[in-house]
Design a protein around this ligand. Structure first.
Ligand code: F6R
Length: 367
């Protein structure tokens, strides 16, 4: 049931403080003393973590974007190269499979035809596959050599929200677990565990300010098209945010890395083309701000999701929503929440069929 919410999408967005906590095994998957995590279902020994030379994530749609975030976080914390593949592009493409690569299938339903077909092909070649799956006992969960349930609970809305957050959370745990047995220090590990523990409360803080996003949605709803822009870890957030907007509101939304603006998309900027920037503190902050200036100078409206207060940024932005600050590795789990709400409230204002967008199915069981 919707438990008093008008739509499953809104209910599931609001469940995220609780669902990310479940992804952490209600704390049981965290090892605070060791500054690490434990994902027993992966069936990997400490030694395996040394032997892995590469991780290859296979998924579709929102799960694919979770994988793109996983790439960023695993490469940063565990220093292992990660490739992310669109499963539909792998089937019949003679994928390269070797014994030093760990394949990771990410899927909410565990029934996505493209992902299953890619995994079958990899397994036929002797590849080792683990699954990050939500649906217990699903086809993918049964096929894989090891796996971790993401424990998002049942997700009814076609547009995925809490499953995405739980996929990213488990990928962070995986990065932490592999990273701690290779590269990162105890103190850094402990810092990340503390950040994970603080996450549910920070998501709740955003949800409590949901009405601000409703106002922002009123300002976005009449546009034909919206650009989503971000650098580094914020680029996959922009990709997922744009997917949410187009799925539920039917407004064309497209994500680019902010750095690629000048290489083409800048030609689209005018009064009719607003941009949503994901701009967090850290390495890309200054460069992202200069991209915002470029858009403003061309008459484009700028909506900003940031995680720090800054008068320069606040003056530049036409609209700004600030999420709580966090470690960079955790920040996507915060910046994505206002983007999900922005999609929801825009669709609501436009009277869309929010839980059942036209032409889409919850689980894509055909190729
Ligand atoms: C978007 C969405 C889809 C799914 C994709 C993969 O909101 O829900 O893009 O993420 O179809 O589905 P699963 O995760 O079930 O393999």
């Amino acid at each position: 049931t919707k438990e008093g919410y008008p739509h499953y999408l809104l209910k599931e967005i609001h469940e995220q403080p609780e669902s990310v906590f479940r992804a952490m095994g209600r704390g049981g998957r965290l090892l605070p003393d060791f500054g690490s995590a434990l994902l027993a279902g992966l069936n990997l020994e400490k030694r395996d973590f040394f032997d892995i030379k590469k991780i290859h994530i296979i998924a579709m749609g929102t799960a694919y974007y979770a994988g793109e975030l996983g790439k960023f976080i695993i490469e940063d914390l565990a220093r292992i190269p990660v490739e992310v593949s669109d499963a539909s592009e792998m089937c019949g493409m003679n994928p390269i499979v070797d014994k030093d690569t760990l394949f990771v299938a990410v899927s909410q339903s565990g029934e996505t035809r493209d992902t299953i077909a890619a995994i079958q092909e990899i397994q036929q070649k002797g590849g080792r596959v683990v699954g990050l799956v939500n649906t217990v006992g699903s086809t993918l969960a049964r096929m894989t050599d090891g796996g971790v349930y993401i424990h998002a609970g049942s997700e009814i809305s076609v547009a995925s929200t809490k499953a995405f957050s739980n996929q990213v959370t488990v990928l962070i745990l995986m990065a932490l677990m592999i990273g701690r047995s290779r590269d990162i220090s105890l103190s850094r590990g402990r810092e990340l565990v503390a950040e994970l523990k603080a996450l549910p409360g920070k998501i709740q803080d955003i949800l409590d300010r949901g009405s601000e996003l409703r106002n922002m949605a009123e300002k976005l709803k009449d546009y034909q098209s919206i650009l989503y822009l971000g650098r580094g870890i914020n680029y996959p957030v922009a990709l997922e945010a744009a997917l949410k907007m187009k799925e539920v509101s039917y407004i064309h939304a497209e994500a680019y890395s902010a750095g690629s603006l000048k290489h083409g998309p800048l030609a689209l900027i005018s009064e009719e083309m607003p941009s949503v920037f994901i701009c967090t503190s850290g390495d890309y902050q200054e460069k992202t701000i200069s991209n915002i200036q470029e858009v403003k100078a061309r008459g484009g409206k700028v909506f900003v999701i940031s995680n720090y207060k800054d008068s320069n940024l606040e003056n530049l932005a036409d609209e700004i929503f600030i999420v709580p600050g966090s470690d960079e590795a955790i920040s996507p789990l915060l910046t994505i929440v206002p983007c999900q709400l922005l999609g929801y409230y825009t669709a609501l204002a436009l009277g869309r069929d929010i839980d059942q967008p036209r032409n889409l199915a919850k689980s894509v069981t055909v190729e």
